[in-house]
Design a protein around this ligand. Structure first.
Ligand code: PRX
Length: 632
């Protein structure tokens, strides 16, 4: 393994090299991996199309780099330490040798069920080791995985399966989440009514809930691996072949299938993992994210395994059986590096210190934060009560589209400042532009965050719709990748992310499109139209406020509101349920019919003094009615 950065001076030096000679810089990092054929050229790119290619004509398989490469030195080291939802159930440990064996065996099972290189395989599973095995088994045979978070409903699942034309779905009978059992298989059954591309469903037995198996289509996981060989040579892939698709919300109702390819993603997630967390051989690392999100892909599975780390995987939720569960696991597994989301920190803070006090937490060395801005108060609480003022906090900024962390302190090396993601990693060239796209030079500037040069793990396309990738990310400001985030660079050149500037909201760290929520609400037969905006929420970061116009014969009752909530849960999932619903007689619109969300946002934020000019509205009176009925 190449050395990692160990001092701030080295960081500055690496950063300079990465800017002066980016191709040499990344080629040096890539040399550390197993390639079946060396690349001909490091990089070709053009943001106008966009087209980005790294390690051109390089041939490899990422699972050889995650698993086989470590077998000589780490075969008995735990690769995955799995903590079940129920603390009374046994912990499972998979060593590198065992994980390798299980991945190879399941890869053969996939082949036996018709999977081929390039096929898309949808994974809709609980947080159990078989989920990690499933992901790696796909990569082993060159199938493209599309993991869908288990909290999504049948409609979100079927949309994603249809979009990627998946031929196989991997699932379980159910999932344990806190005190609940989630019926995954029945959600799959409902989704598949509209997914003709799916030929096989492989079902893991987890909750033992009664399910129906469709003859000829459905097969139990344990039957699929019965007497199957655990030897499976890795399929040799091109560096720019697709590794996975991961859907993320955008400003339209339809989620975007973000595509990452193999070589660049591998090099970048390994490099960023080792440097940001300053991982030392033998340490125990725990990322609490679900594998259904990019954080789980890059920093629960691929990054740690590429680095030969021991990665903890947790099936449950932070508050089950009580709000001390995270701290309990940290002591029990002697976790050294802990990576979680601000929402989790804020909600555990609200439960009080009596849930923290029973635990020593003295194994911890580094703390991480991801997914949304971490406010000063949560940062301090995390620093003082969890890190005991001894652990650097890495506030890592990145996105599904970037594949890896782009702006973050390097633990213990970069001086931190609460609520700042601080400085770009080597290879990352952030720029801040104003709304017109003018690059704002120097320090003390605020605007929109863009990246002006490709890094190895940048999004390659949106599946099946390259134009959408171009118009969403590369066309708004020519020759720049636009992140959708607002950002400030302070007097020290430190970056602070101020939040989204588009129509998506971060609710408990989950990115949701307001249009997506509106179309779910509009599925209710009595709803005429709706407008959804975010409002600041103490725990979730942002809450969902829905303004809803319904048929005149439906009175504004709690029953109606509950039906709206149920409709959203049914069409998207529980994560998108509105926190506040205000039934209104009309929405503020311009004369051309455009909903004035700016006004609704101000009302939701209870900032009535700054509604701006409402005189150009079609019906200014509606604003007064909405203001009068606003829920605060
Ligand atoms: O708005 C930023 C916010 O999360 C968005 C990306 O969301 P997603 O694709 O779901 O990926 C989340 C996990 C990487 C960003 O555009 N975000 C992410 N990390 C931070 C953040 N906002 C502030 N600070 C962060 N550290």
């Amino acid at each position: 393994m190449p050395n990692r950065i160990t001092t701030f001076a080295e960081y500055l030096d690496e950063y300079r090299k990465s800017i002066d000679t980016p191709e040499q810089f990344w080629a040096d990092k890539a040399e550390a991996f197993v390639w079946h054929q060396h690349w001909d050229k490091v990089l070709e790119w053009n943001f106008a199309e966009p087209s980005v290619q790294w390690f051109i004509n390089g041939k490899l398989n990422i699972t050889e780099n995650c698993l086989d490469r470590h077998l000589l030195s780490k075969s008995t080291q735990p690769a995955i330490l799995w903590e079940p939802n129920n603390p009374d159930e046994a912990v499972r440990t998979l060593t590198y040798a065992e994980l390798h064996e299980k991945v190879c065996q399941f890869a053969n099972a996939l082949k036996n069920n018709g999977a081929k290189k390039g096929d898309r395989i949808c994974i809709y599973m609980p947080m159990v080791p078989e989920l990690a095995i499933a992901v790696l088994a796909c990569a082993r045979i060159g199938a493209i995985h599309s993991v869908v978070f288990g909290g999504f409903s049948f409609k979100s699942l079927s949309d994603r399966i249809q979009d990627a034309e998946c031929s196989i779905v991997l699932t379980a009978d159910g999932a344990f989440r806190g005190a609940k059992d989630i019926p995954l298989k029945s959600v799959v059954d409902e989704a598949l009514e509209t997914c003709p591309s799916v030929k096989k469903v492989i079902v893991l037995s987890r909750t033992n809930v009664k399910i129906t198996m469709v003859e000829g289509r459905d097969i139990w996981w344990h039957d699929a691996i019965l007497n199957v060989s655990a030897e499976c040579p890795a399929t040799i892939m091109d560096s720019e072949d697709m590794l996975f698709i991961l859907y993320t919300s955008g400003s339209t109702g339809k989620p975007k299938g973000v595509v990452h390819t193999i070589g660049g993603y591998m090099v970048y997630v390994d490099y960023s993992f080792r440097n940001v967390f300053q991982y030392n051989d033998g340490e125990v690392y725990w990322c609490t994210a679900d594998i259904g999100w990019i954080t789980g892909h890059s920093y629960l599975i691929y990054g740690p395994l590429l680095a030969g780390a021991t990665t903890v995987m947790f099936e449950g939720i932070p508050t089950y059986p009580d709000a001390g569960r995270f701290w309990n696991i940290i002591d029990k597994q002697q976790v050294n590096i802990f990576y979680t989301a601000p929402t989790a920190i804020r909600s555990l803070e609200a439960f009080g210190l009596e849930f923290v006090k029973p635990y020593s937490l003295n194994s911890l060395r580094v703390l991480g934060s991801v997914g949304e801005p971490i406010n000063k108060e949560a940062w301090e609480w995390y620093h003082v009560n969890i890190g005991k003022e001894n652990c650097p906090i890495v506030d890592t900024w990145w996105q599904t589209e970037t594949g890896g962390i782009l702006i973050s302190p390097l633990a213990g090396i970069t001086k931190t400042k609460p609520s700042y993601a601080t400085l770009p990693l080597p290879g990352i060239r952030p720029v801040i532009v104003n709304e017109a796209g003018k690059i704002l030079e120097g320090n003390n500037v605020e605007g929109r965050l863009c990246i002006e040069f490709p890094f190895p793990s940048i999004i390659r396309t949106t599946y099946g719709d390259h134009e959408r990738c171009r118009s969403n990310y590369f066309d708004i400001y020519p020759n720049l990748y636009f992140t959708g985030d607002g950002c400030k660079r302070d007097e020290d050149g430190y970056y602070r992310i101020t939040g989204r500037v588009d129509d998506v909201i971060k609710v408990s760290g989950h990115l949701l499109g307001t249009a997506e929520i509106e179309s779910a609400i509009n599925e209710h037969p009595d709803i005429v139209e709706s407008a959804v905006v975010g409002y600041p929420h103490d725990i979730k970061g942002w809450g969902i406020y829905a303004f809803v116009v319904c048929n005149t014969h439906r009175p504004d009752t709690n029953a109606l509101k509950q039906e709206i909530i149920d409709t959203v849960a049914k069409y998207i999932g529980h994560i998108a349920k509105p926190d506040k619903i205000q039934i209104v007689s009309g929405l503020p619109k311009t004369r051309s019919g455009k909903i004035m969300r700016r006004i609704l946002r101000k009302i939701a934020e209870n900032d009535m003094a700054n509604l701006g000019d409402t005189s150009t509205l079609l019906d200014p009176a509606v604003v007064e009615e909405i203001k009068a009925g606003a829920i605060h």
